[in-house]
Write a protein that binds this ligand. Structure first.
Ligand code: ACO
Length: 428
């Protein structure tokens, strides 16, 4: 029978080494024994941007990028998007199983009754400039929450950990909505505990003079589905940040603030905003060939296209495209949709995109729906951060319980100067 191991010959010494293979990986630390001189540090791998390095073992999310498959805890994303709800999915990600009826009701009750934030959080948010980006406000305010809940650092206690997970999932929409109202100069709308998770969020964003806001059930459900699709995506930039920062044993509010910062970048969760700006700049279908030419010349990137893991159609983008039809039936079609559809059609026929396996990702169509639902562009990444909070917390919690994990601390290949003596300023 074939052996589950890898034999390496070091041509510098002629020595051979047999390394065990587990789950198609070798342990990087097993390479350390490979050295020329006994007192040498030993072999490492060099992997900028972790393109081929597994940093953890996880049971949460499975992605098969070649075949466009995404499962949460084994359940296909298409089935969850069709049949589940965001809060149920959050529970699934965090605790590994779909909740029973009682567990689901209890979970919903807990989340609903932690939506309010301390009044001083509001005061803190009032200090932002009138034009502060909602993501900047969210990042800072979530970080500040750690000062309101100093007990959160006792996360080894299971009840305490659960309480702070509940607080974060419950309060993120409140902070997100406050950041929007703040940026718009509108009075704050407090949470309405009679509404669903997404219904309440819509109310906090949209309620004006009327004392009660009745969310449109189609938009409420559409937002819930968008939240399901964005809830987790294994070891992406922000999730790796959550795990790396959390590995120092800092409280989850501080780690989640760092993860949100990672999400804010235009190559990650900021892409949905960038897509809309790009579509607006293109302006009309007849300008698309000119844009494709620029992309192929390396002068610009097609935002919302390409993915580190998916080398076929992103299943989330497919689900969002279907959802868009339902939303546009109600809100009227977003005029930028024609540009997006034509851009996708031309790009998918083009050899440049085919050769690099570039397909629309989750951000390509999500912004069009958000815009049709009346959300301003600056809120798009916040709309991503709300559901991803569940994924970040599930991944953080898994890391905390993983006995193999330690503080994250990559190595480097040093290419700088050899040791030299300090030079006085007059000699430089
Ligand atoms: N438009 C044009 N060309 C692209 C694009 C794009 N959107 N994405 C990748 N390429 C090209 C690169 O120029 C490169 O070509 P080359 O081999 O001729 O140099 C090749 O495809 C591979 O690209 P990399 O940058 O090496 O791919 P990587 O896996 O590092 O990047 C990323 C993935 C960041 C998502 C990239 O595709 C990108 O910048 N996309 C646009 C931004 C975006 O939509 N981000 C959202 C991702 S989804 C999410 O985070 C939720």
């Amino acid at each position: 029978m074939a052996k589950n191991s890898l034999t390496i010959t070091d041509n510098r010494t002629g020595n051979t080494y047999e390394l065990p293979i587990e789950n198609s990986t070798i342990r990087a630390l097993d390479l350390r024994q490979i050295k020329v001189e006994p007192n040498e540090f030993g072999m490492m791998t060099y992997d900028p941007a972790y393109q081929n390095t597994a940093s953890c073992k996880s049971k949460i999310t499975y992605i098969d990028g070649a075949n466009g498959i995404l499962n949460y805890r084994g359940y296909p994303i298409e089935q969850l998007a069709e049949k589940s709800s965001f809060l149920e999915v959050a529970y699934l990600l965090l605790f590994g199983e779909l909740p029973t009826k009682e567990e689901g009701e209890q979970w919903r009750h807990e989340i609903t009754h932690h939506t309010f934030v301390h009044q001083n959080v509001l005061k803190l948010m009032e200090g932002f400039r009138y034009d502060a980006h909602p993501m900047s406000q969210l990042i800072s305010t979530v970080g500040a929450l750690s000062s309101f809940y100093p007990d959160a650092k006792d996360f080894q206690d299971p009840d305490n950990r659960r309480l702070n997970i509940v607080r974060l999932i419950a309060k993120i929409p409140t902070i997100a909505a406050f950041s929007y109202r703040n940026a718009m100069g509108l009075p704050i709308v407090y949470p309405d505990n009679e509404l669903s998770y997404t219904g309440n969020f819509l109310a906090m964003i949209k309620r004006m003079a009327s004392p009660k806001y009745e969310p449109n059930p189609i938009l409420e459900r559409a937002l819930d589905v968008l939240f399901i699709l964005h809830a987790d995506h294994e070891q992406n930039c922000s999730t790796s940040t959550m795990r790396a920062v959390g590995s120092s044993n800092v409280d989850p509010y501080s780690a989640l603030s760092a993860a949100s910062s990672a999400l804010y970048g235009p190559l990650h969760g900021g892409a949905n905003e960038a897509v809309l700006r790009m579509l607006r700049e293109i302006g009309s279908v007849d300008r698309i060939p000119e844009v494709i030419k620029k992309v192929k010349a390396g002068e610009m990137r097609l935002m919302g296209f390409g993915h580190r893991v998916y080398k076929s159609y992103d299943p989330r983008a497919r689900a969002i495209k279907t959802l868009a039809d339902q939303v546009f039936e109600l809100t009227g079609k977003n005029p930028l949709l024609d540009i997006a559809l034509e851009l996708e059609r031309i790009a998918l026929e083009d050899e440049y995109f085919a050769a690099r396996k570039l397909y629309p990702n989750v951000d390509f169509y999500s912004g069009l729906i958000y815009e049709a639902m009346g959300f301003p562009t600056s809120l798009f990444t916040v709309l991503f951060a709300i559901p991803r909070t569940a994924g970040w917390l599930a991944q953080w919690s898994e890391m905390v319980d993983d006995k193999e994990q330690k503080i994250a601390r990559p190595r480097q290949v040093y290419l700088g100067e050899a040791a030299r003596d300090y030079k006085a300023v007059e000699d430089r």
